[in-house]
Design a protein around this ligand. Structure first.
Ligand SMILES: *[C@@H]1O[C@H](CO)[C@@H](O)[C@H](O)[C@H]1NC(C)=O
Ligand SMILES: *[C@@H]1O[C@H](CO)[C@@H](O)[C@H](O)[C@H]1NC(C)=O
Length: 304
């Protein structure tokens, strides 16, 4: 009788502890019955998590900044349209809404602020604390440029789109396959271009959490408790990824100044500016020499 009770209690313990880990966030601390999980995002600041879905990017970035500060482990084909942009700034300590969305204005705890899109990526020039960000502009289109590792046999490109959509759906909280609109493949470059797109005005489907989890999967280590990598199977072959670049397309074009100037044009502008400065200097010294010459002449005349 006693042993039965012990076995029953043991089974109960296994049952609850198996339920408690947070599958979608390896840094989560979980406790209690019913199980609840949180993430440290500041000194004595806990962010409660819903581990049955992907954790919002804003909360993840906050946790990463906090972990970096604490010295904890944080390892975790071209523009689609002219207005697309990449995240050149990297990580900052974001201000989040309670529901995990980014606040439209971000300052990274400094006096310098900027406006972000729904993916938390800067879309304006930087300004001071008085900068106005009217609203959070939605990112409705993401282009994921993935490079896969070398394979022994060629990839069956005709099966690629279905396979990628399926892998994304399975791995990232049942992500809506219908939003994986287009997949292009360049075998030479081992490049897979995935366009994930929703309708303009659709603020229900969330694209950016999935993309952030995928970026971490490819660039560092999975954010999931399970450390298996993102590796779609295409026609019996497993594609391991080695690189990812994400382009963001917002419902409204970003307002960076000089955003349309390529490096080449900027270089030309610098050269022109330098030439003008050099010209001014030459004129200045020429004038001075002229003045000295005039003065010398004056003196000679006085002597005579
Ligand atoms: C957690 O997320 C799931 C899936 O999106 C949702 O159905 C559920 O209501 C959420 N739970 C809480 C407490 O918000
Ligand atoms: C935010 O601030 C941290 C230092 O507190 C810095 O390392 C990081 O580069 C900053 N990020 C941006 C985007 O300004």
């Amino acid at each position: 009788m006693k042993t039965w009770i012990l076995v029953f209690l043991a089974a109960l313990a296994v049952g609850t502890s198996a339920q408690c880990p947070c599958e979608t966030m390896k840094w989560a601390t979980c406790d209690g019955n019913p199980c609840s999980c949180f993430l440290m995002v500041g000194d004595n600041v806990k962010q409660n998590l819903n581990c049955s879905t992907l954790i919002p990017k804003c909360h993840l970035m906050k946790a990463e900044m906090y972990r970096a500060k604490k010295g904890l482990d944080t390892r975790t084909g071209g523009k689609p349209v002219e207005s697309a942009f990449v995240d050149n700034d990297g990580i900052y300590d974001p201000d989040c809404e309670n529901n995990g969305k980014f606040k439209a204005k971000q300052c990274n705890n400094t006096e310098e602020c900027w406006c972000v899109n729904s993916a938390g990526v800067r879309r304006t020039d930087k300004g001071d604390r008085d900068l106005k960000c009217e609203k959070l502009v939605e990112t409705y289109w993401l282009r994921l440029q993935l490079t896969h590792k070398k394979l022994s046999a060629p990839v069956d490109a005709s099966k690629l789109k279905t396979a990628i959509a399926e892998a994304i759906h399975k791995r990232y909280d049942n992500f809506n396959k219908a939003l994986v609109k287009e997949v292009e493949y360049d075998p030479e470059a081992r490049l897979i271009v995935v366009d994930v797109k929703k309708d303009i005005g659709d603020h229900m489907n969330e694209l950016t959490h999935m993309a952030y989890y995928m970026e971490k999967d490819v660039k560092v280590l999975p954010l999931f408790k399970n450390q298996d990598k993102f590796a779609p199977t295409v026609g019996g072959q497993t594609l391991e990824m080695e690189n990812i670049l994400v382009y963001y397309v917002d419902e409204e074009a970003p307002t960076f100044t000089m955003k349309n100037l390529s490096g080449g044009i900027i270089a030309v502008i610098v050269v022109v500016v330098l030439a003008v400065v050099a010209g001014v200097l030459v004129l200045f010294f020429a004038r001075r020499r002229q003045n000295q010459y005039n003065k010398a002449q004056q003196r000679e005349m006085d002597n005579m």
